[in-house]
Design a protein around this ligand. Structure first.
Ligand SMILES: Nc1nc2c(ncn2[C@@H]2O[C@H](COP(=O)(O)OP(=O)(O)OP(=O)(O)O)[C@@H](O)[C@H]2O)c(=O)[nH]1
Ligand SMILES: [Ca+2]
Ligand SMILES: [Mg+2]
Length: 731
C-alpha cells in the first residue's frame, strides 16, 4: 500500500490568466505530468526562442529612437502601420505594462508578448476582448506578411510557426507538416480562405485543448481519487495498525499478566520444591549420619561378635564338661533318690505300723480307763459314805475335797501330780468339771491313767504311778522313736511340763497293772498284736500318710465325729477332750491306700496354746462348728485366722457344720456356711456324727484333695529336678 508521497498535486494554471502574472507563473508551478509533456516543452522552448526573437524585432520597431523602452506615444505611432485603432493600441499597451508605470521595458514587452501568444492557445478561456486583440494582431501580421514578405519562404515559415504557437498546436499536434502544407497551399492558392482556415484551426485546436484539459482534469480527479483512496487506505491502514497495536498491547498485557501469574505460581512451586529439597537434604544428612553411626556400630558389633563367638566356644566346651559332670551328678542323685525313696517308704510304713499299734493300745487302755472309771465311781461312792460318816471331822474335809478334785481333773499335760505342785491349776480344773459333760480323756492317744485318790492307797511296789502327762507333738513325729525304743522313751514333752515328763511310757503303763484292773484290760496281751490283727484286715499297706488336725469350739462334736469315722459308732454324752488326742485311719482313695493321722484337739479355750503348735506340721485342717450353736459358727473365723497365722494358706481346710440331724434346733443356715467357705476357699460339708451323714464323704474329699495336691507337687519336683525321666519317688 502506498503511503502518500506528499506530492503536491496542483492543478495546472491556465496560461495567460491575469495579464500581470507574466510567464514566470508557468515555471513556478510544477506540472504533475511533466514527464509526459517534456517533448511538448522542448517544442515550446524552441517556439519561445523564435517568439523572443520576433518580440525583440517588434520592440526595436516600436523603439525607433533606441531609448531602451517603449512609451505610450511610441505605441500610438504604430497606428499608421498597424490595422489597429488608437484605443486598441492603448489596450495593448496597458496589457503589456504589467507594473503600470507607463513604460514598457524590453522584459515587460517580451513577457507580455509571449504571454499574449500563449494565451491564444486557450481561446476558450480567454475573454472575447483578448481574442479580438489577438485576431487583430494576426491579421496585422498576415497582412504585413502578405505585403512585406511576399514569397519569402522564411517568413511564411515564421508566420506559420507563430500561428501554430498562437493556436497552441504544438501541444496537440505531433506532426504539423500536413497542416503546414495545407496552410501554405491555401495561402498560395486561396489566400481569402486562409483566415477561415485559421479560424477553423483555432476552433479545432481550442477543442483539442479543451479535450486535453478535460483529460487533464479527469486525470487530476483520478489522481485525487487515487490520493483520496490512498489516504483512505492509509487511514484504514493506520486505523488497522492502531487496532492491531492496541490488540497487541492488550494481548501483551494479558500475556504479561498471565505470564506474571504463571511465573509467580512457578516461583512458589520452586520455593516449595526448594524447601522440600532442603528437607530432603537434611534428611539425607541425618541418614548419612545414622549410616555412619551404624557402620561404626557394625564394626564394633563385628568385633564384639568375634569376641562373643570365642567366648561362646569356650562356654560350649565348658558346658560340655559341665554336662558330663552333671550327668555324673544326676546318676549319683538318682541313686540317692532311689535310696531316699526306699528309706522314706520304709519309714512311712514303720510310722503307720507304730501308729496302728499305738491306736490299738490306746483302745485297750481306754477300755481299762472305762473300767477304772467304773471302779472310781464305785470307790467314790464308798468314799462318799465314808465322807458322810466323818463329816464332823473338819480337818479331813479340806484334804478330801482336794483329792476329789484331783481325780476328777484328769487332764494330762497341764496338771501335775495331785500333791499340789501346781496348785493354781486346780481352779481351772474346777471349771472343766463345772461343765455338764465329764472331762476324762487323756492326751496323746494314751489313756489318762488317773490315780485313784479315792482309794487312798498306793499301788503295789511303791508310790502310785503318776498320771501320764505327756503330749505327743505332731512336729516331732515321735512315732518311729516309739517304735524303736518301745514305750520306754518319752513321746514328747509338753513345753510347759518338761520337768515332769521324763518318765517312760512303758514304765507307766507297766505300772498300770498294779492298779488292779479287771481282766478286761488289754494290758495282759501285747497291744500291738490286736492292732496287727486289725491291720491284716486292711487290703494293703498305705501308700502315704497325711496329718490332719481337727479344731473347733468345745462340744461341736469333733470327738464324736472321729469316733463315727473310725469306729462307725456314736456315743452320746462324750467327755470333753483334754489336751490332744489322735486316731489313725486308712482309707482307699482312687486305688491307693491313704493313712490319715487325725489329731483331735480340745476345743476349750485353755488348750489353745497346745492346739496352735499342732498346726505347723499339718497336711490339712478341719474346722468344725455346731450348726445348732451360732456362737460356734462365729468362732470359725478365729479358728481360720489362727490356722493361717501358723501355716499361711498352704494347707487345705475342710469346714464342717455338725449335728445336721438336729435340724429343728438349727441356728446357722446352710447358706452362711457355704458363703464363708466360698470366701475363704474352703471345702464345705454339713454332717452329723450322730447319723454318720457326710462323715466319710467329707474326709474322703479332703484326702483326695491332699493326694492330688501331693501328686502335683511330686510331679513338679520330678520335672524340675529331673526333666528327662518321670519317676515316682517320695518327695
Ligand atoms: N445330736 C447330736 N449330738 C452330737 C453330735 N455330735 C456330738 N454330739 C454331742 O455333742 C456333745 C459334745 O461332743 P464331743 O464330741 O465331745 O465334742 P467335742 O467337740 O469333742 O468337745 P471338746 O472335746 O470339748 O472339744 C456330746 O454330748 C455329743 O453327744 C451329733 O452329730 N448330733
Ligand atoms: Ca512599464
Ligand atoms: Mg472332744
Amino acid at each position: 500500500m502506498a503511503a502518500p508521497d506528499g506530492r503536491v498535486v496542483c492543478r495546472p494554471q491556465r496560461l495567460g490568466q491575469g495579464s500581470g502574472r507574466g510567464p514566470k507563473g508557468r515555471g513556478a508551478c510544477l506540472h504533475p505530468l511533466d514527464s509526459l509533456e517534456q517533448k511538448e516543452t522542448q517544442e515550446q522552448t524552441s517556439g519561445q526562442l523564435d517568439m523572443l526573437r520576433k518580440a525583440q524585432e517588434f520592440f526595436q520597431t516600436c523603439d525607433a529612437e533606441g531609448k531602451g523602452f517603449i512609451a505610450r506615444k511610441d505605441m500610438q505611432r504604430l497606428h499608421k502601420e498597424l490595422p489597429l485603432s488608437l484605443e486598441d493600441l492603448e489596450d495593448v499597451f496597458d496589457a503589456l505594462d504589467a507594473d503600470g508605470n507607463g513604460y514598457l521595458t524590453p522584459e515587460e514587452f517580451t513577457t507580455g508578448f509571449s504571454h499574449f501568444f500563449f494565451s491564444q492557445n486557450n481561446p476558450s478561456q480567454e475573454d472575447a476582448g483578448e481574442q479580438v486583440a489577438q485576431r487583430h494582431e494576426e491579421k496585422v501580421y498576415q497582412s504585413r506578411g502578405n505585403e512585406d514578405l511576399g514569397d519569402m519562404g522564411e517568413d511564411e515559415e515564421a508566420q506559420f510557426q507563430m500561428l501554430m504557437d498562437r493556436l497552441g498546436a504544438q501541444k496537440v499536434l505531433e506532426d504539423e507538416s500536413d497542416v503546414k502544407q495545407l496552410w501554405l497551399q491555401l495561402k498560395k492558392d486561396e489566400p481569402h480562405l486562409l483566415s477561415n482556415f485559421e479560424d477553423f484551426l483555432t476552433r479545432i485546436f481550442s477543442q483539442l485543448q479543451e479535450a486535453h484539459e478535460e483529460k487533464n482534469e479527469l486525470e487530476y480527479a483520478l489522481k485525487r481519487k487515487i490520493a483520496a483512496y490512498d489516504e483512505e487506505i492509509q487511514h484504514l491502514y493506520e486505523e488497522m495498525e492502531q487496532q492491531i497495536k492496541s490488540e497487541k498491547e492488550q494481548f501483551l498485557l494479558k500475556d504479561t499478566e498471565r505470564f506474571q501469574a504463571r511465573s509467580q505460581e512457578l516461583e512458589q512451586k520452586l520455593l516449595c520444591k526448594e524447601q522440600e529439597l532442603e528437607q530432603l537434604t537434611q534428611k539425607q544428612k541425618r541418614l548419612e549420619g545414622q549410616c555412619t553411626a551404624l557402620h561404626h556400630d557394625k564394626h564394633e558389633t563385628k568385633a564384639e561378635n568375634t569376641k562373643l563367638k570365642l567366648t561362646n566356644q569356650e562356654l560350649a566346651r565348658e558346658l560340655e564338661r559341665t554336662s558330663w559332670e552333671l550327668q555324673d551328678a544326676q546318676q549319683q542323685l538318682e541313686s540317692l533318690q532311689q535310696e531316699a525313696c526306699k528309706l522314706h517308704q520304709e519309714k512311712e510304713m514303720e510310722v503307720y505300723r507304730v501308729t496302728e499299734s499305738l491306736q490299738r493300745e490306746k483302745a485297750g487302755l481306754l477300755k481299762q480307763l472305762d473300767f477304772l472309771r467304773e471302779r472310781n465311781k464305785h470307790l467314790r461312792d464308798e468314799r462318799d459314805i465314808c465322807f458322810q460318816k466323818n463329816k464332823a471331822a473338819k480337818a479331813n474335809t479340806a484334804a478330801s475335797r482336794a483329792s476329789w478334785k484331783k481325780r476328777s481333773g484328769s487332764v494330762i499335760g497341764k496338771y501335775v501330780d495331785g500333791r499340789g505342785i501346781l496348785r493354781s491349776q486346780s481352779e481351772e480344773e474346777e471349771e472343766v468339771f463345772s461343765i455338764p459333760r465329764r472331762s476324762s480323756l487323756g492326751l496323746s492317744g494314751y489313756p489318762l491313767t488317773e490315780e485313784e485318790p479315792g482309794t487312798g492307797e498306793p499301788g503295789p511296789g511303791g508310790p502310785y504311778p503318776r498320771p501320764l502327762r505327756r503330749i505327743i507333738s505332731i512336729e516331732e513325729d515321735p512315732l518311729p522313736q516309739l517304735l524303736d525304743g518301745g514305750f520306754e522313751q518319752p513321746l514328747s514333752k509338753c513345753p510347759e511340763e518338761e520337768e515332769v515328763s521324763d518318765q517312760g511310757v512303758q514304765g507307766q503303763i507297766q505300772e498300770a497293772p498294779p492298779l488292779k484292773l479287771t481282766p478286761t484290760s488289754p494290758r495282759g496281751q501285747p497291744v500291738g498284736k490286736e492292732a496287727v490283727c486289725k491291720e491284716e484286715s486292711s487290703p494293703s499297706a498305705p501308700d502315704r500318710l497325711f496329718k490332719i488336725v481337727f479344731v473347733g469350739n468345745s462340744a461341736v462334736g469333733k470327738t464324736s465325729f472321729l469316733r463315727r469315722f473310725c469306729e462307725d459308732r456314736f456315743s452320746p454324752g462324750m467327755a470333753a477332750t483334754v489336751g490332744i488326742d489322735y486316731r489313725v485311719k486308712t482309707v482307699n482313695v482312687d486305688d491307693s491306700q491313704v493313712a490319715l493321722q487325725l489329731w483331735d484337739t480340745a476345743g476349750q479355750e485353755r488348750y489353745r496354746c497346745i492346739t496352735q503348735q499342732f498346726f505347723r506340721k499339718a497336711d490339712g485342717v478341719i474346722v468344725m462348728y455346731d450348726l445348732t450353736d451360732k456362737q460356734s459358727f462365729l468362732s470359725v473365723r478365729r479358728w481360720l485366722s489362727s490356722v493361717e497365722e501358723a501355716v499361711g494358706d498352704r494347707v487345705p481346710v475342710l469346714l464342717l457344720g455338725n449335728k445336721l440331724d438336729n435340724e429343728k434346733e438349727r441356728e446357722v443356715p446352710r447358706g452362711l456356711g457355704e458363703q464363708l467357705a466360698k470366701d475363704n476357699n474352703l471345702i464345705f460339708y454339713e454332717c452329723s456324727a450322730y447319723s454318720g451323714h457326710n462323715t466319710k464323704e467329707s474326709l474322703l474329699h479332703l484326702a483326695r484333695f491332699l493326694k492330688e495336691q501331693e501328686d502335683t507337687v511330686r510331679e513338679d519336683t520330678i520335672q524340675v529336678g529331673h526333666p528327662a525321666k518321670k519317676k515316682s519317688c517320695c518327695g
